[in-house]
Design a binder for this molecule. Structure first.
Ligand code: ATP
Ligand code: MG
Length: 423
């Protein structure tokens, strides 16, 4: 027996409708905001993530699935979606297409993490990327899209936490203040933080070690160091959100797990799924595209973890729509009627009715038992008489009522009397 790799999950036939619902909601919201889908490879050159995501991040330091392919190139399974989309934007010269470019993806990501509830090695993200606009309205629209997605799913218990981490200018004076604050404590901090102290002190605020967290709690706040431009950008974003009726709290401790963020950062956090409560996170990354060799292009986006969202919905009893059932099960008594059932099912399917018939050569009794387990909306049994009359008794399982319907009227009967065509 070969088992599934650690930190990965199967989606079983009885569960896939939940995934389809979440993905449908994502696509619907994307459509409402006129955000178009993009697809990029599952693997990219390792260098893209090292440069794009940033080499002081957990992702690049210890979580990447990196291997050398048979051609001797170092490639990496994408740990997040943004770097690939940014590469696509640059490589295809999309800076000269009409801007902003608004795109989304639904894609798997790979990170070598310690698996636990809500933390997997293969997981999936719905992500949105808006390239080309420096305006606060773009930040607000992206946050609005994320909020609409959660609402569409029926999730009401998340809190939107918002912060600004400034630009290069304000970050310089803030980093200096951070260093001054952390310097006397550096001996008590973890090895990673000691490394971050030199490379990127901002990331010390994101350490998960208890000791480091305690020290970081007293650190100076970035909001006190914003330059006038960043401060006014942040004010505008807050005002736009308030005008849309989107509630948020300002949390000056959010820095996010990626190096490329500038100005706005945000997280939608739930208190219902334990430690891994961030279901959606994002922000602005005005420096990323230039960093990757493209033209200076402001950008803002988010990514939502689909496994965490489904977990949250299950834990808080947010209802999923009912799992799909076949519209009709057509049973056959003998070989000839079985063949007729098979043919009728075929005709119905070609008219977009979901029809089932026996593939197991079961007795009629066993066929009906199976139809019941499937939850078929209608059941019909074909035998010698039905073949002779060219009609069959169709039973509506919900109320036990039934009606004799000619074979060529089956499709119309199902579409008007029930099945998936009612709702
Ligand atoms: P965390 O602090 O939880 O590690 P992160 O900062 O690494 O999160 P991002 O890179 O911003 O997360 O990813 C966006 C979203 O993707 C997260 O908010 C979460 O919902 C989801 N996500 C991230 N890592 C995982 C994982 N290993 N398993 C499942 N979902 C994940
Ligand atoms: Mg992480």
């Amino acid at each position: 027996m070969i088992n599934i790799p650690k930190g990965t999950k199967d989606v079983l036939p009885a569960q896939s409708y939940k995934w389809q619902f979440v993905e449908d909601c994502a696509r619907r919201v994307a459509r409402q905001f006129n955000i178009r889908e993009v697809r990029t490879p599952v693997f990219e050159h390792t260098e893209l993530f090292a440069r794009g995501v940033g080499d002081t991040t957990d992702i690049v330091n210890k979580e990447m699935y990196t291997f050398v392919d048979k051609g001797g190139r170092s490639v990496t399974l994408k740990p997040e979606g943004t770097a690939g989309v940014a590469r696509m934007f640059i490589e295809n010269g999309l800076a000269s297409s009409p801007l902003p470019m608004k795109s989304f993806y639904i894609a798997p990501c790979y990170r070598y993490e310690r698996p636990q509830a809500g933390r997997l090695r293969e997981f999936h993200q719905f992500g949105v990327e808006v390239y080309g606009s420096p305006a606060p309205a773009a930040d607000a629209e992206v946050i609005f899209a994320a909020s609409s997605f959660l609402k569409e799913l029926g999730i009401n218990d998340t809190r939107l936490e918002l912060n600004s981490i400034g630009c290069k200018t304000c970050r310089a004076s803030y980093n200096a203040a951070l260093k001054e604050y952390f310097r006397p404590h550096i001996g008590e901090m973890c090895a990673t933080c000691r490394e971050r102290f030199d490379k990127n002190p901002l990331r010390m605020l994101d350490c998960k070690e208890d000791g480091c967290k305690k020290i970081a709690a007293g650190a100076p706040k970035i909001l006190d160091y914003l330059c006038p431009d960043c401060a006014s950008h942040f004010e505008s974003v807050k005002n736009l959100l308030a005008a849309q009726g989107i509630e948020f709290v300002v949390n000056p401790n959010i820095v996010r797990g990626l190096d490329y963020y500038t100005r706005t950062v945000f997280e939608f956090v739930s208190t219902s799924i334990g430690a891994q409560g961030t279901v959606c996170a994002g922000g602005r990354y005005d420096g990323l595209i230039a960093e990757l060799g493209g033209p200076q292009t402001p950008a803002v986006g988010f990514a939502a973890g689909l496994e965490r969202l489904i977990l949250l919905m299950e834990n808080t009893s947010v209802p999923f729509p009912a799992a799909p059932v076949p519209d009709i099960y057509i049973a056959g008594m003998d070989d000839e009627s079985r063949a007729k059932a098979f043919a009728l099912a075929g005709q119905l399917r070609s008219q977009d009715v979901s029809a089932e018939c026996d593939l197991m050569e079961r007795s009629v009794k066993a066929q009906l038992k199976y139809a019941d387990k499937l939850g078929a909306t209608f059941v019909a049994v074909i035998g010698e008489n039905e073949l002779k009359e060219g009609a069959v008794n169709v039973k509506k399982m919900a109320d036990g009522s039934s009606q004799n319907v000619p074979f060529d009227g089956l499709c119309n009967y199902i579409k008007t009397q029930g099945g998936n065509f009612n709702g």
